[in-house]
Design a protein around this ligand. Structure first.
Ligand code: AMP
Length: 398
């Protein structure tokens, strides 16, 4: 059985075709600059890469090129569309109703359209990807896998904001959580590595990339997470502020004469590690600047480390313990210095890492805790696409 996984952004479309018999990626690629000038499709299969440069006026055009590529004599990996058992779509937000991965029909699409106001950045491109796919591959089942699903069992006292309750009932303003597919994947992997049923474990998973979030997983269920109504809440990120005193926002708007859109842009694209350091949103460049004595770069590093520590600590309190701490995504998997700083002085919780084991190369799945540590600290490379494929497979007929 083969599953195609699609992740549609506003001007991009990522794809991976999995052979579910062994989990192999048969082909993957990226369509860029959809709806703009200089469009391209980069298609990779086995050890080969083929790039097509062409205008991609919309997602449907991009997808049609992807399908041509998958089927082509020269660069293809399948001989008929019928070999694809189903398509799994990454959808950031399932709102209040779509709590689990769902087979897509007209009703699901209508619901997703209806929640665009609470998902304005990621909703429209996901709908475009789904619509294009339903048109071009009408005989293939389409499945939506939501980033929010993993958080559907979070209790109301963890999701409701302390603002007038009517704002929740009127506008669905509450905490939803994001990156759920990644947290779900690494939590399951951690249990596998520990060789214990997930139902017996308390796990804190740290997805630290350009966007970052931390999740508390109790017996396999996500009980709390750092992102909220949008992926803006929680940790400082590459360019996102994360949590700040909400009163700062109207204050900045008045002081700088900014519109709601402008202040949103400031908090989304000019804040976080970039805003603090003034150097970059990328931890590698910040580390380099910090090495050279740049005060703001060092400050950005310290703020990030402290924010991660605070959230881990609060989740250990909520979970009443911790068996495993997991690092994943670009920073989590690669930044040994950050992992070391986060885990420093956490022996009170039983978290102790071996500095030599911590120096590891990307892609490695590794236990980096000391032999006497009560908590297993692990690096687990995330694989959201495979998790989406696994969910999608459940909807396929044999
Ligand atoms: P992601 O969003 O998961 O792709 O993560 C991207 C981020 O990971 C980049 O912006 C960097 O901050 C960080 N990153 C990637 N490689 C490294 C590395 N070798 N050392 C430190 N940070 C890294």
């Amino acid at each position: 059985m083969k599953i195609l996984v699609l992740n549609a952004g506003s001007s991009s479309l990522k794809y991976q075709l999995f052979n579910m018999n062994n989990g192999d990626v048969l082909a993957k690629g990226l369509c860029e600059c959809i709806g703009g000038k200089g469009g391209s499709v980069t298609h990779k299969y086995a050890d080969n890469k083929h790039v097509i440069e062409t205008e991609l006026e919309d997602h449907e055009k991009a997808l049609s090129i992807v399908l041509d590529m998958l089927l082509s004599d020269e660069h293809g990996v399948i001989s008929s569309i019928d070999e694809i058992g189903a398509v799994g779509h990454r959808v950031a937000h399932g709102g209040e109703k779509l709590k689990a991965s769902s087979l897509i029909d007209d009703e699901v699409v209508k619901y997703l359209e209806g929640i665009v106001p609470i998902n304005p950045l990621h909703g429209p491109p996901a709908i475009k990807g789904i619509t294009a796919c339903r048109r071009l591959m009408s005989s293939v089942p389409q499945v939506a896998v939501f980033d929010t699903s993993f958080y559907s069992q979070m209790e109301d006292f963890r999701t409701i904001y302390p603002i007038p309750y009517e704002l929740y009932t009127k506008y669905q303003i509450r905490r939803y959580g994001f990156h759920g597919t990644s947290h779900r994947y690494v939590a399951a992997k951690a249990a596998e590595l520990l060789n214990k049923p997930i139902e017996e474990l308390k796990i804190v998973t740290c997805h630290l990339g350009n966007g970052s979030s931390i999740t508390a997983v109790d017996k396999g269920i996500a009980i709390d997470t750092s992102m909220g109504f949008t992926p803006q809440e929680g940790l400082p990120m590459g360019t996102r502020s994360g949590s700040i005193d909400p009163t700062v926002i109207p204050y900045i708007m008045k002081a700088e004469n900014l519109s709601p859109d402008e202040v949103e842009d400031l908090l989304n694209r000019k804040s976080g590690l970039l805003g603090i350091s003034g150097v970059s949103n990328d931890c590698r460049q910040i580390a380099e600047a910090a090495e050279n004595g740049n005060y703001r770069a060092k400050l950005a590093q310290k703020i990030l480390v402290n924010s991660i520590k605070k959230i881990i600590g609060s989740y250990v309190a909520e979970l009443n313990g911790i068996d495993a701490l997991v690092f994943t995504a670009g920073i989590g998997e690669n930044d040994a210095a950050l992992r070391e700083a986060v885990c420093e002085d956490m022996d009170f919780f039983g978290i102790k890492i071996d500095k030599e084991l911590n120096k590891t190369l990307r892609g490695a799945q590794k236990d980096i805790s000391t032999a006497d540590a009560k908590v297993k600290t692990m690096i687990i490379p995330t694989n959201e696409e495979y998790m989406i494929a696994l969910d999608t497979l459940k909807f396929c007929k044999e």
